[in-house]
Design a protein around this ligand. Structure first.
Ligand code: FE2
Length: 667
């Protein structure tokens, strides 16, 4: 007689408990137990203990079967884990973290991370094969738009399957609709006004309606006109990936040394400043020729500006020349800080408008949300739950499929917020993302290379870079430890067929098989794998936080991030004045529509999981658990460094504080 002590735990998420009946079978390498009732009525967080008696020793316990059936009403159950203590005292842990719905038998493997080559028992090989078959049936690719990364093949959040191995949807009870309704209610008066704002001051009144403590929008409203703050946002704003060192001016931007000499400080000239790395360029070429739409029947306008910036002797970055088109000439003057106040302010505002599209559609949507979804779907399709990289990565996809499905329903769909309240048409939106994907490189997704490539290593006050690199290194160190533990030699990497299928799926469906992107289609060495995993985790967590978390802060005061322009770009100087400015930037209702979206995109949801926090323990071995703790300790050190820096920084940069940085793209 062998007696096994069994503990079955229900998750502590909302509605995790069940009144349906649950039973369990233990499966060992030498046989299996009879099915044993665990008992009915589980409550969230509850743990049930029972004994399972067998005629003989089952050998090492390799999996458990959980059976759920119902007598009357269906009541889904979220199982956290099962622990089995064998007669010899050995503890086996079975992390589950899954919903069981309907009448179902779910097989849960013992928690040690296992690659395909690590499995020798036929029953385990069969388990991983069947799990992947089911996942590939449930999670299929879909083309949302030609030239876009592919996405999950569901039409709405209601089609998201909470039963096949992976879902956090039920756990959160969030639809986004409530936030929309609440924000829309608060802004009701503004949403009906189809007129220009009466004054710049009046624009402040809108965000005082929506939140109690709007310190940053108020700061922005005070400083948005200043060249320092305009330059600052290219380093630490919502779109910190478009600035690059300018060693030579492109012919399409014929700035002369004489034009900018007054803004460089004494005793120097443009060529010297460029040679010494203090001149920078932002080029919104991706917007050239994008079709602009109408709002309330009125034609809107899109420009593709170029902006030259200079790092002054005080270390601050300031714009020194702006051209509002890609075609130089008399109809596209180069605006300078010495121009009339409204000419210069309007030129900068056109750049901010171009930055709105560049940020929202490329930096935010494409390069974090859509890529995160690609990583998530490929992971579900190719890595079984027992795979160490599934355990590593799956917390970094928490809620991503849900939020992206929601975005496709209300934000980027025809008639959605971007279509309705920005200057580009739906076709324009599709084209911008298509062009953006065609230009994405692997190097640009890897922060250390991206910073080097853009020539930004030495710029002072670049908090996005400084915080981001610390976090990149912390993730790389954690990931490196995991890869060393599970893979060891390079041969383990190149020979892992599941891993190779995963990378190929990302290359094929995420980057559309474009080799010139530099994105790998296979991984041959442990070093290559570590870098790729670091990029995936960083993109889903840190990069998204950097480009997501400040959207309300920096966008609530509309002239700092106008979503549309109602007059064409100026073709000559001296024609801009206050009323023209007010009649160019979005009218009141468009401003309010965008603000509703910003409130949604900046809201904190329930069940927030900060970077490095893994409430669902999936690793059971000592070493990966130690690595998790070391990662958390390093994140805590980084948090202290950031908070210390922020005591003196003005404005504070907290978007990459690990406590504010979520594990995944979840909003
Ligand atoms: Fe986001």
């Amino acid at each position: 007689m062998a007696v096994y002590r069994v503990k079955v735990a229900t998750g502590d998420v909302l509605q995790a408990g069940t009144s349906n009946s649950i039973s369990i079978t233990l499966v060992g390498s030498r046989g299996e137990s009879r099915r044993k009732n665990v008992s009915a009525v589980f409550l969230p967080g509850m743990e049930k203990e029972l004994s399972v008696r067998c005629d003989r020793d089952l050998g090492p316990i390799v999996l458990v079967r959980l059976h759920k059936w119902r007598l009357f009403l269906e009541d889904a159950w979220f199982c956290r884990d099962v622990r089995v203590t064998a007669p010899d005292g050995t503890l086996y842990r079975f992390p589950c973290h899954q919903w069981l719905e309907g009448v179902i038998t779910l097989e849960v493997r013992e928690g040690s991370g296992k690659k395909l080559a690590d499995d020798d028992l036929e029953i385990l090989k069969e388990h991983r094969r069947k799990e992947l078959e089911a996942r590939q049936e449930a999670y299929q690719w879909k083309t949302f738009a030609e030239g876009w990364p592919r996405c999950l093949n569901v039409g709405s959040i209601h089609e998201l399957d909470s039963n096949v191995q992976f879902s956090c949807v039920r756990a959160t009870n969030f639809t986004g609709v409530l936030v929309f309704q609440g924000a829309s209610h608060l802004l009701a008066g503004f949403l009906l006004r189809r007129t220009s704002w009466k004054s710049l001051d009046e624009m402040r009144s809108i965000f005082s309606r929506t939140r109690g403590r709007d310190i940053v929008p108020d700061y922005v409203a005070r400083r948005w006109r200043e060249d320092d703050f305009f330059g600052y946002q290219f380093l630490n704003g919502n779109n910190p990936i478009v600035l690059q060192r300018c060693a030579a001016l492109p012919p399409k931007f014929p700035v002369t040394p004489a034009m900018v000499a007054p803004f460089l400080g004494g005793g120097t000239h443009l060529a010297k400043e460029m040679e010494e790395g203090r001149v920078f360029l932002v080029d919104y070429e991706v917007l050239e020729g994008i079709p602009s739409g109408t709002i309330h029947g009125r034609q809107q306008h899109v420009a593709a500006p170029l902006c030259l910036l200079h790092q002054g002797a005080d270390g601050l970055l300031r714009p020194i020349a702006i051209q509002l088109s890609q075609t130089p000439g008399p109809a596209s003057p180069i605006f300078l800080p010495s121009d009339g106040e409204w000419d210069w302010l309007l030129a900068k505002t056109w750049v901010r408008n171009a930055d709105f599209y560049s940020h929202q559609l490329l930096t935010h949507l494409l390069r974090t949300h859509l890529f995160a979804e690609v990583f998530a779907v490929a992971t579900l399709r190719h890595l079984p739950s027992c795979h160490p990289l599934f355990k590593l990565l799956v917390p970094h996809f928490h809620f991503t499929l849900h939020i992206n499905t929601l975005a496709r329903s209300v934000l980027i769909n025809p008639g959605g917020i971007i279509d309705k309240a920005s200057g580009v048409t739906y076709e324009g939106l599709l084209l911008i993302v298509r062009r953006g994907l065609a230009g994405v490189t692997y190097a640009s997704l890897c922060l250390p290379e991206d910073i080097a490539r853009r020539g930004l290593r030495r710029l002072p006050n670049h908090h996005y870079r400084d915080d981001g690199l610390k976090l990149w290194d912390a993730i790389a160190s954690f990931v490196g430890g995991i890869v060393d533990f599970y893979y060891g030699e390079d041969a383990g990497v190149s020979g892992d067929a599941e891993l190779q299928a995963w990378v190929m799926d990302i290359f094929t469906h995420g980057f559309l098989g474009r080799a010139s992107s530099g994105v790998p289609s296979s991984l041959q060495t442990a070093a290559e794998l570590k870098k790729f995993l670091t990029m995936v985790m960083f993109t889903c967590s840190v990069q998204h936080a950097a480009v997501n978390n400040g959207q309300y802060d920096l966008g609530a005061f509309m002239p700092n991030a106008p979503s549309s322009m109602r007059h064409p770009p100026p073709r000559e100087k001296g024609k801009a004045f206050l009323q023209h400015f007010l009649d160019t930037v979005p009218e009141v209702d468009t401003t309010a529509n965008i603000l509703v979206a910003l409130i949604l995109l900046s809201s904190r949801l329930k069940d927030v999981r900060p970077l490095g926090q893994y409430p669902e323990e999936r690793f059971t071995e000592a070493e990966p658990r130690r690595l998790v703790r070391a990662f958390q300790a390093r994140l805590e050190e980084i948090r202290e460094l950031i908070e210390e820096r922020n005591r003196w920084a003005e404005p504070r940069y907290g978007y990459l504080n690990p406590r504010e940085t979520e594990n995944s793209v979840s909003i």
